[in-house]
Design a protein around this ligand. Structure first.
Ligand SMILES: Cc1cc2nc3c(=O)[nH]c(=O)nc-3n(C[C@H](O)[C@H](O)[C@H](O)COP(=O)(O)OP(=O)(O)OC[C@H]3O[C@@H](n4cnc5c(N)ncnc54)[C@H](O)[C@@H]3O)c2cc1C
Length: 394
């Protein structure tokens, strides 16, 4: 007989925690099982940018992905205004808006992309070209010919966001929860199981006798961590004819050090490089794109991390979040597997999941007020444990 126990979410990254908050907000009983610490995977390794779609304005294919952002953007805006399933009114932000900038000379075609074919999208994305006099202090020393824009795209403190979602009164979170999905479903007498474990979905699927390969993909990144950064900076360096920024830099603090976390195209192109070669590539890119930054006090390390996603036909980034009902699992409890594709898309993913659970007639128990989960730890930032002097500038 079908259980009417809670919906069990396995995995406490952004996908699992946001879905937990939304399902509870809509009156469902939920329990979340986390193997280690909250966000211990991609979420704490992310750059924390709540994309508004401007980088997607740069290519026709990627413009399709921007459509799936709208629903999520509205949800985030609501939360920052204190509405909806989580109150983010005073969430610490790393930056209230991001900057876009170009290298000298590349502006005309990029402007064409931004304001031509995808003009409406660029407008919707809240992009404002900056006059030279309005350049922020981080871009003020740039040579003539550099253009800059401001984009209404928040960069958030991801650990604070995870803590805020954890603290929503949305049912128990069980940390240190090992075991397969069937075992956990029986333990919690779940009415449905949602696999939201990022890269961990692969082994959870195998444990249910489902071949993960047609469902999952990984796209590796080789990020660069630069301590001793000269100033706060959060922005994308645009390159022509690509929806991928050449560099994306975000700033955080670790042990009093200012840290630039560097991704974008360099992190994709550098996956086959060793750490020293990737650091050299980063120095060269920084000199080319933001040559006025003083790197003399910088120390370096790199971070390898896979983007774990639902499978797309050609192995590229899926157009939106992925939510699949599982068939043929070796347990009776109905099950779903989900990936948000981007942190920013967690609200759209959770809404899709909720509709799918409703359509499947999952009859979970009603929400009840649960214990506080404040003692469940949020995973530290990956570079918090990397010694500041791990590597000198090459
Ligand atoms: C370097 C990098 C930068 C990024 N920057 C951005 C950005 O700026 N903006 C943006 O929108 N997106 C960004 N992304 C994408 C975004 O981070 C991911 O889409 C998102 O964090 C995925 O969340 P998730 O909850 O699916 O997975 P994860 O964050 O990986 O969480 C999975 C959770 O499941 C747990 N788990 C694993 N296995 C099990 C198990 N067997 N049982 C129980 N729990 C388990 C893990 O411990 C973890 O807590 C970035 C990704 C990367 C890699």
């Amino acid at each position: 007989m079908a259980s009417n126990g809670p919906i069990l979410i396995i995995g406490g990254g952004i996908a699992g925690l946001y879905a937990r908050a939304l399902l509870a907000w809509h009156g469902r009983a939920v329990v979340l099982a986390e193997r280690t610490m909250l966000g211990d995977g991609q979420t704490v390794a992310s750059q924390g940018i709540l994309h508004r779609g401007v980088k997607y304005a740069l290519s026709r294919k990627a413009a399709r992905a921007a459509d799936s952002l709208e629903q999520s953007l509205k949800a985030w805006d609501d939360h920052f205004a204190g509405r909806g399933c989580v109150d983010l009114r005073d969430l610490p932000v790393v930056a209230p808006r991001m900057h876009l900038w170009t290298r000298p000379g590349s502006v005309s075609s990029i402007m064409g992309s931004l304001t031509g074919m995808a003009a409406s999208l660029a407008m919707k994305s809240g992009v404002r070209r900056l006059a030279r006099a309005d350049f922020p202090s981080s871009l003020a020393p740039a040579p003539e010919g550099v253009s800059a824009w401001e984009v209404e795209e928040r960069c958030i403190d991801v650990r604070a966001l995870l803590a805020r979602l954890r603290d929503v009164d949305a049912g128990p979170i069980v940390a240190g929860a090992g075991g397969g999905a069937a075992e956990l479903a029986a333990r919690f007498d779940a009415s449905a199981v949602v696999l939201a474990a990022g890269a961990g979905n692969e082994s959870l699927l195998s444990g249910l006798s489902i071949d993960p390969s047609p469902l999952c993909q990984r796209r590796p990144l080789h990020m660069v961590v630069m301590r001793g950064a000269p100033f706060d900076f959060n922005g994308h360096c645009l390159q022509e004819l690509s929806d991928k920024p050449r560099l994306t830099i975000t700033t955080s603090k670790a042990d009093g050090d200012r840290v630039w976390y560097i991704g974008g195209d360099i992190a994709e192109r550098g996956v086959d490089l060793d750490e020293a070669a990737q650091v050299r590539a980063a120095v060269s890119e920084l000199e080319s794109c933001i040559g006025w930054a003083d790197l003399r006090h910088a120390t370096w390390s790199t971070l390898r991390i896979d983007r774990a996603e639902g499978r797309s036909d050609d192995g590229s980034r899926p157009d939106g979040p992925v939510c699949r009902r599982l068939r043929g699992a070796s347990m009776e409890t109905p099950a779903w597997v989900v990936w948000p594709t981007k942190l920013a898309l967690a609200p759209a993913l959770a809404a899709t999941l909720m509709t799918s659970l409703d359509d499947a007639g999952v009859a979970s128990a009603p929400r009840s007020t649960g214990p506080t989960n404040r003692d469940i730890p949020v995973c530290p930032l990956p570079w918090a444990s990397v010694p500041a002097s791990s590597q000198a500038a090459p």
